[in-house]
Ligand binder design. Structure first.
Ligand code: GDP
Ligand code: MG
Length: 197
């Protein structure tokens, strides 16, 4: 896929809002501030497609980006950031859960984990939920530009061991250097192709 034709096709603001796409979807999920919007921009080679914010919890809706009329990348609000007021967080949780559990076009999820930390309770809750739903999940470590080469290997191995994942399910990425983004994109496209076959 050339990623020449990228289009923001709409948002879901409340659970049950109609989906703005009919294409197969791959959703990017993770804590607020883990780097979801930045990674979507890096995957699609655009600087300011998805809004990047220094303030956690700014994405309050689900955003849909169609690529080459073949697949749709989905930018979800982040979960579990302490500085976001509880009442706001509670409004997003049903939105995220409803999207993940009721979207027939959802073929896979990329779950982002900050390379510098272990998975949080919220991450583990999300991982369990995805396993219950049977949603194929890829794991991307984010912001690896902040780590040395040896720290990066250690972080990748540690996540694999902690979550008992096969090696090819974890990709170390950086939206700043672009590291890992082509590998991850290929996996995203494979997930869509597998779902179609
Ligand atoms: N160094 C570095 N910073 C990043 C990277 N990705 C995101 N950030 C920063 O992390 C913050 C949150 O990014 P954002 O994409 O908005 O996260 P989101 O809340 O998960 O969508 C912003 O200040 C970004 O500039 C990365 O790969 N490397
Ligand atoms: Mg965001």
């Amino acid at each position: 896929m050339t990623r020449d034709r990228i289009e923001f096709v709409g948002a879901q603001r409340r659970p049950g809002d109609p989906l703005p796409t009919r294409l197969p979807q791959v959703a990017v999920v993770g804590r607020s501030n883990v780097g979801k919007s930045s990674l979507i921009n890096a995957l699609l080679g655009r600087k300011r497609l998805a809004r990047v914010s220094k303030t956690p919890g700014r994405t309050r809706e689900i955003h849909f980006y169609e690529v080459d009329e073949r697949l749709c990348l989905v930018d979800l609000p982040g979960y579990g950031f302490a500085s976001v007021p509880a009442e706001v967080r509670q409004r997003w949780t049903p939105l995220i859960e409803s999207y993940l559990s009721t979207s027939p076009g959802l073929v896979g999820v990329v779950l982002l984990l900050d390379a510098r930390r272990g998975p949080s309770q919220d991450d583990r809750g999300m991982i369990d939920q995805l396993a219950r739903l049977g949603t194929p999940t890829l794991f991307a470590l984010t912001k690896v530009d902040k780590l040395s080469r040896s720290e990066r290997h250690r972080a990748t191995r540690s996540i694999q061991e902690t979550l008992e994942l096969p090696g090819d399910q974890v990709v170390a990425t950086s939206a700043v250097s672009g590291e890992g983004t082509e590998t991850l994109w290929k996996s995203v496209v494979s997930a869509v192709e597998e779902a179609a076959s």
